[in-house]
Design a protein around this ligand. Sequence first.
Ligand code: UDP
Ligand code: MG
Length: 323
Amino acid sequence: MTDAAETLSIVVPVYDEEQNLATLTRKLLDTLQDLGRDFEIIFINDGSTDGSADLLDELAAGDARIRVVHFKRNFGQTSAMMAGLDYASGDIIIPIDADLQNDPADIPRLLERLDEGFDLVSGWRKDRKDDALSRNLPSWIANRIISRISGVRLHDYGCTLKAYRRSIVEDIRLYGEMHRFLPVYASWSGARTTELPVKHHARKAGRSKYGLKRVVKVPLDLLVVKFLGDYSQKPIYVFGGFGMLNHALALLTFVVMLYFKFWGGKSFIETPLPTLAALFILMGFMSMLLGLIAELVVRTYHESQDKPTYIVGRTVNLDDGGD
Ligand code: UDP
Ligand code: MG
């Protein structure tokens, strides 16, 4: 499987990481130069407000293999990742965090696994060095749930360091916090997926950009991923199904109501049942109508043009525009 001609794109989302960039770049170059493959390092400056932008420009000025996409403002790590995928020209794409929590030295091991015949090798921070209570525990729970619901069994979706064959990520669009679900999308579309324990270091410089807010976002994203995965072609099955369930409940309530009236000695207004029946009927129709709107949206979605989820200010060492 090994093909010496396969080229690499390293994708690095950067948001206020000025203290880490020089070391990271040095470590990346050390590792990559030993591999004997053509490579590029694409930094996505996600609206940094510290000295990251200037520093990246300097790094790129000294080395044409270093490329920079400057966002106009902070669009979030997912958009940064999306831009990285759009601009990457390599056969293999490897995202890595800018904060040195991932270790560039793991890249050759990821590539070896890929060469064994996989399309995606997912890093697994087996010995994760983040706060146990606010980060590792929610993440452990999230990983279990995502594995269960998506059917794609991985220990660590959140680890940025992964290796993707270009072909499996080419058509994927990411929204919200969804970069962690890339392996799910990829596996659903047939990618051979595996995972590999990788090193993880505590953050030495700069601050983490995340806290507990993700605990709310991730389950909601998962709901959307699952919904889009199973029903994006036919949303009416979900909305219509829920609508019909409501109508069934309305019927049931109606029957109980009649029973009370004629055999149970309670008139209609003595029980909450009429209100309940009306409510179920209404919910049923509303849900079905929503389903029809969703069907319209789906058609628009599939037929409209791609709209990027980020805005680029300027780029360095890159031809304009992604692909
Ligand atoms: N990041 C980004 N945009 C953001 C937040 C983070 O590009 O809005 C980058 C950040 O610079 C780092 C990576 O995404 O390279 C992971 O962020 P962080 O280290 O804060 O997350 P954690 O490791 O704490 O989960
Ligand atoms: Mg980090």
